[in-house]
Design a protein around this ligand. Structure first.
Ligand code: ADP
Length: 540
């Protein structure tokens, strides 16, 4: 009898080992879905939603104990042409000059030439028809994106991003995304720093929480077919006969295997929080984009942005592109590099001064240009200056991060004064200099230009109270990553799609070139997240 129990026990153990055996050997609990999505940021949620809508069951993996990624901490701006709202804005001669400067320049290649011709024709039609508001078109968005990345973005990816961004916004709206309902069109659609044009659609909720809220609500509403695993870190792909069929992971209960009937979507974000990795790739640049300012910088992004997905994909032969292009912003909190505490509401509503109270750049310029200008200032430190027009209702009006100006002033993160000179004394800059900076800015509003060539103007800064908030350079986005095609398929080093593997979001590279336009990331991650999810659900 005793012998029987030993035999029975051995039998049970063998069966359980076989049940847990993995394609590569070892023991781990296995779960299967049609589509496995890795990373629960904006791209991962968009991919999960689209895959579900494509009829797939989905498992969504997130290595941290909370969803959201850097999407959640972002500055809200979703770039997409929006004729309805933009028709309510103001177009100045400086805006027109801005367009003509890009349209008239010698084209870099045929892609730029075609865009220039189309935009020129569109602007002529816009003018002839006497259309109200601010001109915009997907081609103008594409031209600015391509030029803003020094022509190093992939043209098909730029075209796909800009052409699909409006449809992505509509798809998100249909799936519960809430956009600002302000009665002021300049609130609903704004110019984000480095966005170069007033086309950033503003969500109702602060930071990027609205995007993640939409995703979480969708996952909860469809929890019978979408399963979210937190604290589950993908570690390597499972490849069978050249096709990615699953992923190994480490979960709370130990090693895990997730098998995909149809496809795997990589959406693990960038590597801003991996200091060694970002420095190594920056130093490979020819010349490096950043000097010592990068090593010392903090980041706007959460600790999960460590580049895991790029390393995993590289191991199975994915092509990695643009890794040396790392985006820094001049807009970090001096204590921790985060975006929060930033008092600006939009590019046109503010300007910057250094520790001497002097302006030192075109505050509507590209992000790389603005950060370099800040790095040249004493202690790489600046103040954002704005006035009451940014906060007409100070107790209730919040910045892009959900903080009211009253809270920021009370916390010592912003300063408030009834005169420019008093504000100067509070922030310890020479009052005469700050006065000169304000006058210079206001003269620029009237002239439509200034000594820095600024072209984005709207309001004078002249309504008390005046506000100041401190900012320093911070690492914000890594433009490099796995190369994908317009179908979000990951390409190998021979330029062929790796069967079964899709990628979207900051983990991808090659779209934005050397410098991503502000507001293009949220458009990028959701557009390609949606494409990746749809195509993964379509299966082999
Ligand atoms: P994107 O903007 O491209 O969506 P995010 O940074 O918003 O990028 O989201 C990426 C998410 O992926 C983050 O929540 C991050 O914690 C998660 N992540 C990163 N590496 C892994 C990994 N190895 N396994 C699972 N999740 C990961």
């Amino acid at each position: 009898m005793k012998r029987f129990w030993w035999i029975a026990l051995a039998f049970v153990m063998i069966v359980s080992i076989v049940a847990c055996a993995t394609p590569g050997g070892g023991r781990a609990r296995t779960e299967t879905a049609d589509v496995i999505v890795i990373g629960a940021g904006g791209a991962g949620f968009a991919a999960s939603m689209a895959a579900h809508q494509g009829g797939a069951t989905v498992i969504l993996l997130e290595k941290l104990n909370a969803v959201g990624g850097s999407t959640q901490l972002s500055g809200q701006a979703f770039n997409s042409v929006n004729p309805e709202l933009q028709s309510q804005l103001t177009m100045t001669p400086a805006h027109r000059a801005n367009i003509m400067a890009l349209v008239d320049k010698t084209p870099q290649d045929n892609f730029e030439r075609e865009l220039q011709q189309t935009v020129r024709r569109q602007l002529e039609e816009f003018t002839a028809a006497n259309r109200p508001g601010l001109f915009d078109s997907v081609e103008w968005h594409a031209l600015q994106t391509y030029n803003g990345g020094d022509y190093l973005g992939n043209t098909e990816m730029v075209r796909t991003l800009t052409a699909n961004a409006p449809a992505t916004r509509d798809w998100m709206t249909a799936n519960g995304m809430q956009w600002s309902a302000s009665s002021n069109p300049n609130v609903r659609i704004f110019t984000v720093p480095g966005g170069l044009w007033q086309r950033a659609n503003r969500p109702e909720m602060p930071l990027g929480t609205g995007f993640i809220d939409m995703g979480m609500k969708y996952v909860h509403a469809n929890s019978d077919r979408i399963t979210l695993h937190l604290e589950t870190e993908a570690t390597e792909f499972i490849v069978e006969n050249g096709r990615v069929t699953g992923v190994r992971a480490r979960g709370p209960g130990g090693d895990r295997i997730f098998m995909a009937n149809r496809g795997v979507v990589l959406a693990t974000g960038g590597f801003s929080a991996n200091v060694e990795m970002r420095q190594r790739y920056n130093d490979m640049g020819n010349p490096p984009l950043w000097g010592p300012g990068l090593r010392n910088a903090q980041t706007t992004n959460p600790p999960g942005s460590t580049g895991d997905g790029i390393l995993m994909a590289e191991k199975i032969g994915a092509n990695i592109v643009g890794m040396e292009w790392i985006q820094m912003l001049p807009l970090g909190d001096p204590r921790n590099g985060s975006l929060s505490g930033n008092i600006e509401k939009g590019v046109e509503d503010r300007f910057f001064v250094n520790k001497d109270g002097d302006r030192f750049m075109d505050e509507g310029g590209r992000r790389d240009y603005m950060t370099n200008a800040l790095l040249d200032q004493r202690d790489a430190f600046m103040w954002i200056i704005c006035d009451a027009q940014s906060y007409p209702d100070p107790a209730n009006d919040s910045n892009n991060f959900g903080e009211t100006i009253v809270q920021l002033v009370a916390a010592g993160r912003a300063f408030q004064a009834d005169t420019v000179e008093e504000l100067a004394r509070l922030i310890d800059v020479p009052p005469a200099n700050l006065r000169r900076a304000v006058d210079e800015f206001n003269a620029g509003v009237a002239a439509g230009t200034d000594r820095f060539g600024r072209t984005l103007w709207r309001i004078r800064i002249d309504r008390p109270p005046f506000y100041a908030g401190a900012r320093v350079p911070t690492v914000h986005h890594t433009m490099g990553g796995v190369q994908t095609n317009p179908g979000a398929q990951v390409l190998n080093r021979a330029g062929q799609a790796i069967p079964g593997l899709f990628a979207a979001g900051e983990v991808t590279g090659g779209i934005h070139g050397t410098n991503r336009l502000g507001g293009n990331a949220l458009a990028d991650i959701h557009t390609f997240g949606r494409i990746a999810g749809t195509n993964a659900a379509a299966g082999p």
